[in-house]
Design a protein around this ligand. Structure first.
Ligand code: ADP
Length: 264
């Protein structure tokens, strides 16, 4: 993309929140933004790292328990971990893409009162597609960079990450029971405060969704102001969006429209 250099310069220092249900592609879109120079801060990755590095602490044991069941880890554990990341010099200097946080209203209140956000990227994917991708598509993620793949978007070499060569694994919480619980919590606790964020923080929302019919039917989406874009499903209406490279280019073009002022 010709404008890539311009886009990198325009996006430097920006604070972008990636919002959406489990399995909607938050991790991959975050990687795309990271490639533009933003620091990727993911609550799921940060929690898993904490547990891996310090498995015997009380905090890790508590966190693991919630994660195994697909429940939300309590705010007293998650909030300090994420705020510590966001306050690092690298985030202040380069900007960041925040993924998986906030998931409760209390988390959102801390984020918006202490840090603020410039743009929300809201990935709206119907549940049937999410389950299809994670379960039937056999989602696997890179242990090193967390890029996600499925049978619909397979890596070039089985079990090896295209981007960094890391090993691909199935997440232990990617089973149908846990995912259903995670989706339920998303609907009940997380999704409802997006509108609240928009009103209070007056932040722009860029919505990317997979099905235009769903958008038209969804009263919730109609209430959100902002720019709406939708990716297309294939003829069968399957979860197939664009491939990773296609989604990345689409996202960069949308960001260029927002952050690079059109030439007068
Ligand atoms: P997904 O988006 O697919 O559910 P994540 O890697 O973001 O996966 O999160 C994995 C688990 O970590 C969640 O099921 C939850 O237990 C915990 N978690 C992640 N982020 C948060 C958060 N902001 N608040 C509470 N729990 C969280």
């Amino acid at each position: 993309m010709e404008n890539l250099v311009k886009l990198k310069a325009a996006i430097k220092g920006k604070k972008i929140l990636v919002f959406g249900p489990p399995g909607c592609g938050k991790g991959n879109r975050s990687r795309d933004l990271e490639a533009l120079g933003l620091v990727h801060v993911s609550s799921g990755i940060a929690l898993r790292a904490k547990v891996r590095d310090d498995p015997d602490s009380e905090l890790s044991k508590k966190a693991v328990d919630f994660m195994k069941r697909g429940e939300l880890v309590t705010d007293d554990i998650v909030v300090p971990i994420i705020m510590e990341h966001l306050n690092r010099d690298e985030c202040r200097k380069n900007g960041f893409v925040l993924d998986g946080f906030p998931r409760t209203k209390a988390q959102a209140d801390v984020l918006f009162s202490q840090v603020g956000i410039d743009l929300v990227l809201y990935l709206d994917v119907p549940h049937k597609f999410l389950l299809y991708g994670i379960v039937e598509g056999n989602r696997r993620v890179c242990v090193d960079c967390a890029t996600g793949y499925s049978d619909f978007d397979p890596p070039r070499k089985e079990s090896v990450c295209d981007k960094c060569g890391g090993k691909l694994i199935r997440r232990t919480d990617d089973n149908i029971k846990t995912i259903e619980n995670r989706l339920k919590l998303y609907e009940e606790q997380t999704k409802p405060f997006l509108q609240d964020i928009q009103t209070k923080a007056n932040v722009e929302i860029l919505l990317i969704t997979v099905s235009d019919e769903e958008v038209i039917d969804d009263k919730y989406l109609k209430k959100l102001r902002g720019r709406v874009y939708w990716a297309q499903t294939d003829q069968g209406g399957k979860a197939r969006m664009l491939n990773l490279e296609g989604m990345r280019m689409r996202l960069y073009n949308l960001l260029a429209e927002i952050f690079i002022a059109p030439a007068k």
